[in-house]
Design a protein around this ligand. Structure first.
Ligand code: UDP
Ligand code: MN
Length: 578
């Protein structure tokens, strides 16, 4: 008996040791599984568990961003240190209306018919920012719909970025078989427009989403967009862009009472959205232009429209061009407030523009003007004169022979798709632009002989001198800042771009010209009213004509028909619309 005891003890000890090892193993397994589970949850699930915990774990993230090239704060035009600290994905406030979750049901097409290709072109984006864009997208997009991610590195200085990113993504998303990552790099800088087109050509999904490289998608951004796109094959949609502050990276709620538009200089503007009686602010609404550069569209339709106009250079005007083209050729644009995507609106360009033919103005302005000229020539028909009057320098920009007038590819497209004329856009899509046009009787420089009517810059010039200086003079029409006037049809006011109106001082003898803030007051407005009689400008109250009897001496004198000194020509005289 006593001989058996140590053997039994030994067995017991061995069993205990085995149990301990097994327990350790199970514990380790659970721990490991938990790690992977949390990893998956954070990266794939899209649920914002642990709200407030900003730093999310992503293996290799620190290592990846540590290779961000040293740059000054101005380089990225946002707070790089903060971006590096914020983490790969963070909790975002819910900015969409609560009815987007509670009352709306989205009828989504089956995933096999709605594969989404996301195209992100970037030039010199900080690693942490680009990665946050990508990870927020992957975490908050249903796996079945996110077909591929196409990254186009537009010749960024950080040459190893794409390779490092590919390695990181392969490690992190090894389990996510369905998402294809396509990385392209332009050896030479091509600009956003060409790069996005290159991405679209490489895409194989049903829909394209063009995204900037400094975005964060919010919860359930895709469903409301797909819901609309599934109803209408020629629709293009923008999510509502929530601004992310470039300094604090604070994510705030974007305004759903704004729509996208542009003025006659072809500059983007936000326009006020008027709600109809029964319309809730969170309902999708038509917009004359996209909300910035983030948009989603069927790939077939985008290619049919020949993508972004490839004659536009680098950056600028491309989404306005696409908007005009879409509306005129049978498409529509909607902004969908239940879909929210955060975007950093940077205070200025974070990239250089290649030098242009015009060395006097900045390359950025010259590029924008070049692109605007192509849009005007391609789509504005007779209204292109409005553009040229506001941007006379555009006339000097040389275009390729095919770019002139209605260039060849656009003409073909118009025929093929039976596109409307620009007048249709004014009547049906942008009453604001039309109203602006209708308000004007004439505009642009105002010429008398070889000289142009020029408003002096400040009123203080006039006050400091004992001798009162004239508020307006005649000067060379080629001055850079020569005044552009607008003669308003209704009020008869002759206004500068800064809303100063030419008038006549009350009870002055002889009547003296003034240049004061354009008045809305009925009686004061009368003193600022001019009538157009042929090429004369007749002051309505005094019945006197604007006159230049001596060299550059502007006065009011009795009207004499055919007097050259009383003949003033606007750059653009608009015929009355009936
Ligand atoms: N971009 C590019 N190539 C360029 C200029 C810009 O790929 O030559 C990218 C840029 O990195 C960004 C997108 O195009 O992802 C839009 O540019 P940006 O954000 O400056 O335009 P904004 O948002 O101000 O309209
Ligand atoms: Mn941007």
């Amino acid at each position: 008996m006593s001989g058996c005891m140590p053997l039994q003890r030994l067995h017991l000890c061995m069993i205990c040791a085995l149990c301990f090892v097994v327990c350790q193993f199970v514990f380790l397994l659970v721990l490991l599984q938990r790690e992977t589970f949390t990893g998956r949850l954070l990266l794939f699930d899209g649920g914002d568990h642990g709200k407030g915990k900003d730093e999310r774990r992503l293996f290799g993230w620190r290592e990846f961003i540590s290779h961000t090239p040293e740059q000054s704060a101005a380089f990225y035009q946002y707070n790089l240190q903060l971006s590096d600290r914020v983490g790969a994905v963070r909790w975002l406030p819910r900015t969409r209306h609560e009815s987007c979750d509670s009352q709306r049901t989205y009828s989504l097409p089956h995933a096999s018919r709605a594969k989404v290709s996301v195209v992100i072109s970037f030039h010199n984006e900080a690693r942490s920012m680009l990665l946050r864009t990508i990870i927020s997208l992957i975490s908050r997009t249903p796996e079945d719909y996110l077909h591929e991610l196409i990254l186009i590195d537009d010749a960024s200085q950080d040459v190893s970025l794409l390779d490092d990113l590919k390695k990181l993504m392969a490690k992190v998303y090894a389990t996510r078989g369905r998402l294809t990552l396509i990385c392209l790099r332009n050896v030479r800088r091509q600009g956003l427009i060409w790069s996005r087109n290159r991405g679209a050509e490489a895409a194989t999904g049903h829909f394209l989403l063009f995204l900037d490289s400094h975005c964060e998608v919010n919860e359930a951004w895709l469903e409301p967009l797909l819901d609309r796109l599934a109803l209408n094959a020629t629709l293009a949609v923008s999510p509502l862009l929530d601004p992310i502050d470039p300094t604090t990276l604070r994510y705030s709620k974007g305004n759903e009472l704004l729509k996208g538009g542009f003025d006659w200089s072809l500059h983007f503007h936000w326009l006020k959205r008027e709600l109809s009686a029964k319309e809730a602010p969170e309902q999708p609404y038509p917009s004359p232009a996209f909300a910035g550069g983030v948009l989603m569209i069927s790939r077939d339709w985008f290619l049919k429209l020949r993508g972004f106009n490839s004659r536009l250079k680098i950056w600028g005007g491309e989404s306005i061009e696409l908007a005009i083209k879409l509306w005129l050729c049978g498409g529509q644009i909607e902004i969908v407030p239940c879909s929210r995507i955060g975007h950093i609106f940077r205070p200025r360009h974070a990239f250089d523009f290649p030098p242009q033919f015009d060395h006097e103005s900045s390359a950025a302005l010259a590029t924008y003007l070049h692109n605007s000229k192509i849009i005007a020539e391609s789509w504005l028909d007779e209204y292109k004169n409005m553009f040229y009057v506001l941007k006379p320098a555009a006339r000097q920009i040389p275009l390729l022979p095919t770019d002139q007038e209605e260039d060849h590819p656009t003409r073909q497209l118009k025929l093929e798709l039976q596109c409307h004329r620009f007048d249709w856009y004014l009547r049906h899509v942008s009453p604001e632009l039309k109203a602006h046009f209708n308000e004007l009787a004439a505009m642009g420089t105002l010429k008398n002989g070889h000289r142009c009517l020029h408003a002096r810059r400040t009123d203080t010039d006039m006050d400091t001198d004992s001798e009162v200086k004239l508020p307006v003079i005649l000067d060379s029409c080629y001055l850079n800042d020569i005044t552009h006037w607008r003669l308003l049809r209704q009020s008869g006011q002759l206004s500068t771009a800064t809303e100063r109106c030419l008038g006549v001082e009350e009870n002055s003898q002889p009547p003296r010209l003034t240049l004061n803030a354009c008045s809305r007051h009925k009686t004061r407005k009368k003193a600022q009213r001019w009538l157009r009689r042929g090429t004369q400008l007749v002051h309505n109250e005094t019945h006197l004509c604007l006159d230049n009897p001596l060299k550059n001496q502007l006065v009011l004198s009795p009207c004499r028909s055919l007097a050259a000194s009383q003949s003033f020509q606007f750059a653009l005289e608009i015929e009355k619309q009936t």
